[in-house]
Design a protein. Structure first.
Length: 155
């Protein structure tokens, strides 16, 4: 991995948070809390609209995918090992979040299968007033693909 990738940022992209997207995401993860589905329930709980579940930012995208340009190359596999989220406030339907990704760490770690490249990417979502709404931190493991042997090929 190229340590010069540290500090590289994606282009920003605006993501409009819609009620339908929140509903589909909440259903997909098995949520049942009405604040994720019903405007009245969200307002009664003190929110201005339907609330996005805590891991919803996994559906938001920056203007370019740093994983593809930096991490994925022929012969490499990519595995997300960890992800964490930090919020300044809840994400709600109607938000227009500008999302940007940044490479913050490139290192190598010893594992049972040998030296492994590790990359940490942070995403940041800002609202229309440029206030930070959330940050996520993702740890990616980059490994060489196993080499094919003649026994792997089937005719």
């Amino acid at each position: 991995m190229d340590r010069n990738a540290i500090g590289r940022e994606s282009k920003p992209a605006i993501n409009e948070v819609e009620k339908g997207s929140i509903r589909k995401f909440a259903e997909a993860i098995g949520e049942t809390n009405p604040i994720y589905f019903e405007e009245a329930a969200a307002r009664a709980a003190g929110y201005r609209s339907v609330v996005a579940p805590p891991t919803f930012p996994t559906t938001l995208r920056a203007g370019s995918d740093l994983r593809e340009g930096l991490l994925l190359s022929p012969g490499k596999h990519l595995l997300q090992a960890e992800q964490s989220f930090e919020y300044a406030r809840p994400i709600v339907a109607g938000d227009k979040l500008t999302v940007r990704s940044k490479v913050v760490e490139v290192s190598q770690r010893q594992t049972p299968s040998g030296l492994t490249d590790v990359v940490v990417i942070e995403d940041e979502g800002r609202d229309e007033t440029q206030d930070v709404v959330y940050r996520s931190r993702q740890l990616w493991v980059v490994r060489m693909a196993p080499k094919a042997t003649p026994g792997d090929l089937h005719e």
